[in-house]
Structures are given as structure tokens and as C-alpha cells.
Ligand binder design. Structure first.
Ligand SMILES: [Zn+2]
Length: 535
């Protein structure tokens, strides 16, 4: 059956504590959601803030091929006739073909929050729906707090739906606004509503009980055909129902059509793109679309997955545009590394001794606290060094760095001694902080010999304490992200001295770049990408 997908990432999703989109971001996201085949895109609440109002003004720039843009708002204020209500006016002014409006289903809210009688509440709903219908809009009626309202008083809650339905609402959408309902209870209530109302019923759930997706699916099992949610489960408090998981489950588990199987293969890309725009780390373990969703680490799992991926994967990762990843780790023994190298034709290029040495080195580094899965640059360097054992660009003879602080002014100076093929190079430089000073120094030493290393620049720097019990004497892992305009990668260093760990990550990045400049080796790059990112 066709299930209509209603995305509210741009409205309810932005209620999430860490989520913020500019108007430009919102426009780009709307376009992506349209490409993905989402049926409705709720763009915002024009009556609530100027940013959302601006979004609808600029929405004319969008070229939506499939989705219907939707504006969100509340039923009219009790004191205003509907045609004079500012909020309702803004909904019409936004010019969207669809309007979703929420009304009260819970006696408690009607009395306490609105301070109106039951009859007045019903009038607010029917007036607003009828007015929007009279202006040619498709109307989605969001029954706010429906499940709590129904539990308190089924008759009261059902009468509000009736008011919306009789006024011409196209969709009656039941909302678990507080996210407190669990699937068995939600399913019972949905079944009762289904018995009484024909036409399109919708479901909007929040994740406060960690069952928002299950709740949405439970409603669909009861014949609901309109489902609301947010990409990556963004939203207020614990988030909205994660639309990525809902769509994948509908398509792959329940035999429904939400966006269609072709579009489904694009969902991972869109989910990650939105996380990127939101400047939020994508949850690695997010079902279906996360980086770890099809990652295998345990040795037994890996060898089974290598024989038949169905042994440890509930669906094929390709169906959602994700990829299987086999992780290198001390847990999994040598199988994983070999698997990756073999897959890309590299194993046979390694001498027997070099292969064993590489595996031992990886094992030892992971034991010391290196996390190679997140540092594809360091891993690539290890593989390249094993493939070309004679290649050596420089040796570090020594380095020194000091920071002088006077008042609020701080200045770091470093000096580095390197031995390269044409002799010893020495440089001194200052920088913004010790790591920057060392970075500048290292490049100064090498730039005459290898001018192209200037293309590599540091884009992110993270420090993680590995054994927090030791306080400031703890071992740290430094992860540095680099980019050369073409691609980006990370290198890692581990030490109980943060400068030493940073230096090691720094030197790895430069060595790697030199290796890459000397010998282009696509199969190494592919093997590394495959293992680290699963692409
Ligand atoms: Zn909501």
C-alpha cells in the first residue's frame, strides 16, 4: 500500500536542542527531500518567527518535482474570528498548497492552556479547517496530545477529530506529542479511531519512550496511511520518529511503498547530507544509514559475513545506499585486514614478511590506543609503507617547542631538525599555538624539496583522553583532519604527551602526502576508503 511520507525536519526537527538551519540550509534540504521522493515537506511555522516566514517567501526558488510544501500553524486564537486571525492569515500568505494545523485533543490543555470550553475548542478547530479549505488548501489536521487526550477522555478526543473531519480536513493526524505512549496502547487507540473514521489517518510520534518508530509502524499496521517524522530523528527533547528508519522498514519489512525502492537507495546520502548541514555528528550506530549500521568487527562475524553477508545483516546495505564495512581491530584477528587487502588486490603485492609485520604493527598500535578506523590516513600510510619498504622521505632528528605567555598574549615558537635525502634541514617558526608552530616548521624544512606539500592543510583537531583516571598525566589520542582540496583524511597520534601525539599525527600526514605524490596508487586509496568509510 502507498504510505504518504510527511517530513517535518524543517519544523519539528529544528526544535531539537542542537539543531539549527539557516534559511539557505532549509531551502537546500527541501530540495534534497524532494529528490528523495518525500510526499510532504513541512517548511516551518510562518506565524511563529521571521526566519520561517522568510523561508516561505523564498520557497518560490525551489523546483519541487514531487513534494508538496506545507506550512504549519495553530487553530485560530479564541478571541479572533478566523478571517481576522493573524496566524491563520500568515498560513494563507505563505502560499503553500498544503497547510497543517494543530488543535487541542486533551481536556486538560483545552481548559488550562487555552482556557476555553469544550464547545469553543471544537469551534476553533472547525472554523480554522473550514476557512483553509474554503481557500483551496489541502488540510492536515494534527490532533495534538491525542493519545493522552484519548486516555483521559475518549469522547472528548474523538469529538475533536469529528470537528476537523466535518469541516473538511483531508488528513486526521494523531500526535503522541509527549512521546509517552507505548506501542500496545497506541495500537489499541489507533484501531478504535480507524473503526470510526474513514479516509486518510496519519501518525506523528515523538521518541521520549524510545519507541517512536515502532509506534509509527504500529499505527500503519492499523490502516494509517500518512506518517510524519524527521530525518535522523531530530526533534524536541528525545526527537521525533526517525523518518529514515520508518521509510526503510515500510519498504523493506512491511511491503508498503513510501518513496519506492529506487529512491530508497538514496536515503543514506540524504541523511548524511542533512547531518552535515546541521553541523551535527551523524550517529554512527543509527539504523540503516549510520556508518556502523553494516560494520563488522568480531572475527567470527567477519569470516561469516565474508562467506554470506546475510549471516549478520538484516537487509542488504545497498538497498538503503549504505555499505558493508569490515573493521580492522584487535578483536577480529588478522582476517579483517587481509580481507580488505585481498579485496583490492593488495595482498599479493605484499611480501610474506611485510604482510606479517603490517598486521603485527596494526595490532600493537590498536593495543596502545590508536583508533585506526577513524584515522584512514594513518592506516593508508601503514599499507603504503608495507608496499614500498624502501621509500623513506625524511627522518626526524629532533624538535623543540615553547610557548610564552605575557598577560593575555601567547606566542609559540618551534624548531625542527630533519634529515632528508640531501642533508639536514633546520627551521624555526612561530605559530598560533604549539601544534601550528610545529606544522609551519615541518613544512618550512620540506618545502624546498617537496613544494606541493603546501596543498595539505589542517582542518580539524581533536584530543581524547584514553585513561581518565590519571588526570593530566593521562595518555591522549590526537586525531587531526586534513584536506588537500581534493579529499580529506585523518591521522592519529597517541602519547602521554599531547605535543608528541600531535607531532606524530602531523608527521604521518606529511609522509602520506609525499607517498601519494610519489606514487599514485588507486587500489590503496580504495581499500582504505572502503575499510574506513565503506564507500
Ligand atoms: Zn511534534
Amino acid at each position: 500500500m502507498k504510505i504518504f511520507t510527511f517530513d517535518t525536519t524543517l519544523r519539528d526537527g529544528t526544535q531539537g536542542e542542537a539543531v539549527s538551519f539557516s534559511v539557505d540550509d532549509k531551502l537546500v534540504i527541501a530540495q534534497k527531500l524532494d529528490d528523495l521522493g518525500i510526499d510532504y515537506i513541512e517548511g516551518g511555522w510562518p506565524g511563529s518567527n521571521p526566519k520561517d516566514e522568510d523561508f516561505f517567501k523564498r520557497a518560490a526558488e525551489l523546483r519541487l518535482r514531487h513534494a508538496k510544501l506545507t506550512a504549519f500553524g495553530s487553530t485560530r486564537f479564541a478571541r479572533n474570528p478566523v478571517e481576522e486571525d493573524r496566524n491563520v492569515r500568515k498560513l494563507l500568505d505563505s502560499g503553500t498548497p498544503v497547510v497543517s494545523i494543530f488543535g487541542k485533543s486533551w481536556e486538560l490543555h483545552t481548559r488550562r492552556a487555552l482556557g476555553v470550553s469544550e464547545e469553543e475548542n471544537l469551534k476553533l478547530i472547525s472554523d480554522t479547517v473550514a476557512y483553509l479549505k474554503a481557500h483551496g488548501r489541502e488540510v492536515v489536521y494534527d490532533a495534538e496530545h491525542f493519545f493522552d487526550g484519548y486516555t483521559a477522555s475518549p469522547d472528548f478526543a474523538l469529538r475533536t477529530l469529528e470537528a476537523a473531519k466535518n469541516a473538511g480536513a483531508d488528513v486526521l493526524c494523531l500526535c503522541d506529542t509527549n512521546g509517552g505512549t507505548i506501542p500496545v496502547r497506541l495500537e489499541e487507540i489507533c484501531a478504535e479511531v480507524r473503526k470510526r473514521f474513514d479516509g486518510i489517518l496519519g501518525i506523528h510520534t515523538h521518541n521520549d519512550s524510545d519507541v517512536a518508530v515502532a509506534n509509527a509502524l504500529a499505527a500503519i499496521e492499523q490502516g494509517f496511511t500518512h506518517v510524519q517524522g524527521c530525518m535522523n530523528g531530530y526533534g524536541e527533547r528525545c526527537g521525533n520518529a526517525n523518518l529514515c528508519s520508518i521509510i526503510a522498514n515500510l519498504e523493506l519489512k512491511l511491503g508498503h511503498t513510501a518513496i519506492g525502492s529506487d529512491k530508497l537507495a538514496g536515503i543514506t546520502t540524504v541523511a548524511r547530507f542533512i547531518a552535515e548541514l546541521a553541523n551535527l555528528q551523524m550517529r554512527r550506530d543509527q539504523p540503516y544509514v549510520g556508518q556502523s549500521a553494516f560494520a563488522h568487527k568480531g572475527g567470527v562475524h567477519v569470516s561469516a559475513v565474508m562467506k554470506d553477508s546475510a549471516t549478520y545483516e538484516h537487509v542488504s546495505p545497498a538497498t538503503v545506499g549504505n555499505h558493508q564495512r569490515v573493521l580492522v581491530s584487535d578483536l577480529s584477528g588478522r582476517g579483517n585486514v587481509l580481507y580488505k587487502l585481498e579485496q583490492h588486490g593488495l595482498a599479493k603485492r605484499l611480501a610474506r614478511g611485510a604482510r606479517r609485520e603490517l598486521l603485527e604493527r596494526i595490532k600493537q598500535m590498536e593495543y596502545e590506543g590508536y583508533e585506526l578506523e577513524a584515522a584512514e590516513g594513518t592506516f593508508e600510510l601503514l599499507v603504503r609503507e608495507a608496499l614500498a619498504p624502501g621509500t623513506h622521505f625524511f627522518d626526524v632528528e629532533g624538535y623543540e617547542v615553547s610557548t610564552k605567555v605575557v598577560g593575555t598574549d601567547s606566542r609559540s615558537t618551534a624548531s625542527v631538525n630533519l634529515k632528508a635525502q640531501d642533508g639536514v634541514h633546520t627551521a624555526t617558526a612561530s605559530g598560533h599555538g604549539p601544534v601550528n608552530a610545529l606544522d609551519v616548521c615541518l613544512r618550512k624544512c620540506l618545502s624546498a624539496l617537496y613544494p606541493r606539500i603546501s596543498d595539505v592543510r589542517l582542518t580539524d583537531y581533536k584530543v581524547r583522553v584514553l585513561d581518565s583516571k590519571k588526570g593530566t598525566a593521562a595518555k591522549v589520542r590526537v586525531l587531526v583532519e586534513w584536506s588537500d582540496h581534493r579529499k580529506s583524511w585523518s591521522t592519529v597520534g597517541v602519547s602521554d604527551n599531547v605535543i608528541e601525539a600531535s607531532w606524530s599525527a602531523l608527521v604521518d600526514a606529511i609522509r602520506l602526502e609525499l607517498m601519494r605524490l610519489t606514487e599514485q596508487d588507486d587500489s590503496v586509496e580504495r581499500a582504505v576508503e572502503d575499510y574506513c568509510w565503506g564507500v
